[in-house]
Design a protein around this ligand. Structure first.
Ligand SMILES: Nc1ncnc2c1ncn2[C@@H]1O[C@H](COP(=O)(O)OP(=O)(O)OP(=O)(O)O)[C@@H](O)[C@H]1O
Ligand SMILES: N[C@@H](CCO)C(=O)O
Length: 314
């Protein structure tokens, strides 16, 4: 039995999308991790290798996912597990890098164990996020697994996918400075308000519902307007991102449909239906940052309906 392997591709993602803290995320096109899992006869030893040296061994969340998988799939404990992670999603910038690996590892291990059940895979992948941020949140991992825009059902640990109705291009401005440390998601979560008042709840729910309605109707301007609204994370997290307000003003003034923080930051993202506009608006933001002595780069991508994909094995 312990002589199986699987290679999967798992996409990066943007979580929250403005008002959907821990509830919404979207998979991205052209950015993915490659996760190769091998099982061989043994005693339940887990070894993880990565092309990003600091992520080799037990500092890679794939290790935590594998340990949980051995507990979940009992027969795997008579196997040794080796995992090779080739990172394609930039680490620690807000593009769901840890989530991409966690989702890929959970999916590949479940394939090898012969039991790919969405809820189990989601729950195993969430353990990879717990390892990184202290909390098992499911937004990034659900987007990496399913593709599209996902809505996380936090009560029943499920995720519902909304197919992206039309081309939505996204520009991501990645600052070289900002809260980009190993613990950045942990820190970015620790500064959030512990409680919110009723008025904030109503406003946030309205923005979130508007975003989902806009997606279903294919109304990108409405989607963008909703993406720009967040009463919970943006007020505190934006203070960790140099020139955040100015960047948002520029993007919206230049015609971006919506702008907000990508995941836990420090990157920011904006959307448009025209790729050329994404490039042009990004250029204006980068020129502005340069004039202020802030180094940053632009990454252009697209919202994608593609989730995790099997490359071989299983
Ligand atoms: N397989 C992995 N891939 C990437 N980061 C990992 C992995 N395993 C552990 N980490 C740790 O997680 C940290 C950041 O991941 P985290 O998911 O919090 O941020 P992110 O990738 O920017 O995504 P986001 O803010 O969108 O959730 C990294 O600095 C790294 O130390
Ligand atoms: N929803 C998560 C995504 C980042 O991991 C957060 O904002 O903290």
């Amino acid at each position: 039995m312990c002589d199986r392997e699987a290679v999967v591709k798992s996409p990066g993602s943007i979580a929250n999308l403005g008002p959907g803290f821990d509830v919404l995320a979207v998979a991205l096109s052209g950015l993915h991790d490659l996760v190769h899992v091998k099982a061989s006869p043994g005693t339940g030893l887990v070894r993880v290798y990565s092309d990003v040296p600091v992520l080799t061994g037990s500092s890679n969340n794939a290790h935590a996912v594998a340990v949980k998988s051995l507990e979940k799939f009992k027969w795997l404990s008579s196997c040794d597990i080796e995992i090779y992670v080739r990172k394609g999603v930039p680490v620690s910038v807000g593009l769901g890098s840890s989530g991409a690996t966690a989702a890929g590892a959970a999916f590949a291990l479940s394939l090898i164990a012969g039991s790919v059940d969405e809820e189990t895979v989601l729950s195993l992948a969430g353990e990879g996020e717990r390892f990184v941020s202290g909390v098992a949140h499911y937004d990034n991992v659900a987007a990496s697994l399913l593709g599209g825009v996902v809505i996380v059902d936090t009560k029943y640990k499920k995720a519902y996918k909304i197919e992206i109705p039309k081309e939505i291009h996204v520009g991501v401005v990645i600052p070289e400075t900002g809260a980009r440390t190993e613990k950045k998601t942990y820190v970015a979560r620790s500064i959030l308000p512990g409680k919110i008042d009723l008025e904030t709840h109503v406003q946030q729910s309205s923005s979130l519902a508007k975003l989902v309605y806009g997606l279903i109707k294919g109304d990108l301007r409405l989607v963008g307007r909703a993406i720009s609204e967040d009463e919970i994370c943006e007020p505190s997290r934006s203070k960790l991102i140099p020139l955040y307000r100015e960047m948002k003003d520029i993007a919206l003034r230049e015609g971006a449909y919506g702008f907000n923080i990508a995941g836990a930051g420090p990157s920011v993202f904006y959307i448009h239906d025209d790729l050329d506009e994404i490039t042009r608006i990004g250029g204006v933001i980068l020129d502005f940052l340069k004039s202020k002595g802030v180094k940053a780069s632009l990454l252009a991508s697209r919202f994608s309906n593609q989730g995790v994909e099997v490359v071989s094995g299983g």
